[in-house]
Design a binder for this molecule. Structure first.
Ligand code: WT7
Length: 652
């Protein structure tokens, strides 16, 4: 088992401060007593089907009722079999029909400061128009729509429009490269590509359509490309017969299309994420179970109330944006702030300006952002009135206690509970988290499992270990939001998640449980690193490096980084080139071009050989130590010979 590359674990293991929720928070909370949680948790565990039957009947709209709650034949599961529902109906029509159409659904602010507000009725009309537009382009149920868009309301509209007609959206974060887009388009056999002329980022325009044009040159199944005018770029190249404008195709529709009743297990979306091998996996989620999980976890964890203004800072290019910008909060009828741009544009107080301006009550962000705010300085926070905030959330990686304390004191004024939510793209929604009205939180712990989540801590042979010493985190029972597969690769699905311990879902994380039953996530068991809360496979970056003509061999590891959590360190052996600064930059840019900016190595070190075991395996643990500065210090610009170190290590 690989050791964790995170330098934060020592802190985490000694953390024992307790922060009970403020009494006034508890009084009005969704979960307001420990007994209520224990009772709900026990019911969901002991009578799974009865529990979820009642939940589904109450919280989703059914065009036709289901006749079986859960058909579980590990690793395949079907939830609410025989029923017909529609996620866009649950997010929109349901509220409008209940007379809540005038409630604000989305408050949008673009990076340049432009604003727009959509009520639930208005959002419904926009979604219908978009769905009609998709139909006019020949999109029907089961077609894959690939999306590369800025974080504007149209992105949410497009996702919900797909859901309305049973098309499958595959959102690609607008920072990925043309190569990555093309790989995903081809893997999913996507039929339509949706993009924009550009997006605003730190005051500049990123020309999305140009990147998409390069991607489409290599995409074999895309027939049409729908383009939103966001930035008003001049001379956007539009290919005759393929490219069409959003304002021509969508805005001209009449906006009345009823939601299509869809089988519970209709595919809702694919979202690509890195695994332990080079090729990203298309994680597949389906309609009813995912929708219910996103809604209920949102309501439980964020303690949603009528007068909340909720802000999740994630981009819809990641699962957090799917579940907690779109499907969860909108199903719950929440008022959501959506912001397009960077947290430090035009200045480092942009987020706090937004909180003050819109009187945000619940804020959900990532530890990497919190660490950046700390670095930028308290003066940016002090300028603003943050007294509207009542609850704070964290996601993406463990939050180190130092960052937790700053978030608690500086942003939460020591009165807002913090929910540290542990989950994954595959789990569809939050799995472990404090419940803000009842859980006494410990900085760095994701605390307790939500109802329906049965965690197990096991060794490599699948036997339970002493939870306090830690082991592989697995989930023993199906839950409604769990992934249904890897798109187009059932074999890999079984092998990746269900084979290490047959019949149990392998999360890929290590965890331990303390004597109060609190869970502590201890990092990955595989070659996955977490950069700014985003998952990257070291092998994926290695493949990108090796595709450069000067590189013979590459090894990539994570090393601790103050802001990003982990930084990417690459070790390469080269041929026919000088190991100089120019090549180093070239290799960094090469990876950026192959995968995206997120994967660009922070350091590239030239090695004479890579340290290997006698059986030929690269000694990653040794490289991790070197990258973290533990083994060798000093000049990294020369060609390094690690064979000596490797020999020493083997003799240990
Ligand atoms: C991996 C999942 C969940 C949405 C964002 C990331 C790590 C995530 C936490 C947390 C400790 C965390 C895990 C997990 N992770 N949240 N609160 N504490 N670790 O989704 O890209 O699918 O990554 O992120 O390692 O397995 P993802």
């Amino acid at each position: 088992m690989a050791d964790s590359a995170s330098g934060q674990i020592d802190h985490v293991l000694t953390e024992d401060r307790l922060f009970p929720p403020p009494a006034e928070f508890t009084q009005k909370a969704v979960f307001s007593t420990e007994e209520q949680y224990l009772e709900t948790y026990a019911r969901a565990r002991d009578d799974r089907d009865e529990f979820w039957k009642a939940e589904a009947q109450e919280h989703l709209h059914w065009f036709e009722p289901f006749n079986e709650v859960c058909k579980w034949d590990a690793p395949n599961v079907e939830w609410f079999v025989g029923g017909k529902t529609n996620a866009s109906y649950n997010c929109l029509d349901r509220h409008v029909e209940a007379g809540r159409g005038d409630r604000t659904a989305i408050i949008f602010e673009g990076e340049p400061g432009d604003t727009r507000t959509l009520t639930y009725s208005e959002l419904l009309t926009e979604v219908c128009k978009c769905a009609e537009g998709l139909q006019s382009l020949g999109i029907t149920q089961g077609d894959v729509v690939s999306v590369y868009m800025p974080m504007t309301p149209e992105l949410a509209i497009l996702m919900l429009a797909c859901a309305r007609i049973g098309a499958i959206h595959s959102v690609i974060f607008a920072g990925f490269s043309a190569e990555s887009i093309a790989d995903r388009n081809n893997d999913a056999s996507a039929k339509l590509m949706v993009t924009a002329d550009g997006l605003y980022r730190r005051g500049k325009v990123l020309p999305l359509k140009e990147t998409v044009d390069q991607a489409l040159a290599k995409s074999t199944t895309i027939e049409k490309c729908l383009v939103l005018k966001r930035v008003g770029q001049d001379n956007v190249s539009m290919t005759e017969g393929r490219d069409v404008w959003w304002h021509d195709v969508v805005d001209t529709q009449d906006g009345k299309l009823p939601a299509v009743p869809l089988d519970s297990e209709t595919s809702l979306f694919i979202l690509y994420t890195s695994g332990s091998t080079g090729k990203p996996k298309g994680i597949l989620h389906t309609t009813a179970g995912y929708n219910l999980w996103a809604k209920r976890t949102f309501e439980w964890v964020f303690d949603h109330r009528e007068d909340d203004v909720y802000w999740c800072t994630a981009d819809c290019g990641w699962i957090t944006g799917h579940s907690y910008v779109v499907y969860g909060p909108l199903s719950a009828g929440a008022t959501c702030l959506m912001y397009e741009g960077a947290p430090n544009h035009p200045a480092e107080d942009r987020f706090w300006d937004l909180v003050e301006k819109y009187k945000v009550t619940i804020m959900y962000t990532a530890p990497t952002a919190v660490r950046a705010f700390i670095k930028w300085g308290d003066e940016h926070v002090d300028k603003h009135d943050l007294s509207s905030l009542r609850l704070l959330g964290s996601v993406g990686e463990g939050i180190n206690p130092e960052a937790w304390m700053w978030y608690h004191e500086k942003i939460g004024n020591s009165k807002c509970p913090i929910v540290d939510t542990w989950w994954q793209t595959e789990t569809g929604g939050i799995m472990m988290s404090p419940l803000p009205g009842i859980t006494a939180t410990k900085p760095g712990s994701c605390c307790k499992p939500l109802p329906g989540v049965i965690p197990e801590i096991l060794d490599e042979t699948g036997r339970p270990v002493d939870p306090s010493s830690g082991g592989m985190l697995c989930i023993g029972q199906p839950w409604p939001g769990m992934l249904r597969g890897i798109y187009g690769d059932q074999e890999r699905y079984v092998q990746q998640y269900w084979s290490t311990v047959p019949g149990k879902y392998l999360t890929g994380d290590n965890a331990r449980q303390d004597s109060d039953g609190y869970y502590w996530i201890m990092g990955r068991i595989d070659d996955v690193i977490n950069v700014s809360g985003h998952r990257l496979s070291t092998i994926e970056v290695e493949s990108a490096l090796v595709s450069h003509e000067a590189v013979c061999e590459a090894a990539v590891v994570g090393r601790p980084h103050d802001l990003k959590g982990q930084a990417i360190s690459a070790f390469v052996t080269i041929r026919d080139r000088e190991p100089d600064e120019e090549l180093r930059q070239e290799l960094r840019m090469h990876v950026r071009k192959q995968i995206g900016a997120l994967a660009q190595p922070d350091d590239v070190r030239f090695a004479a050989t890579l340290p290997k075991t006698r059986s030929g395996k690269i000694m990653r643990r040794l490289l991790r130590d070197i990258a973290a500065g533990k083994e060798v210090a000093g000049d990294t610009s020369t060609l390094e010979d690690f064979t000596v170190l490797a020999k020493l290590k083997e003799e240990d």
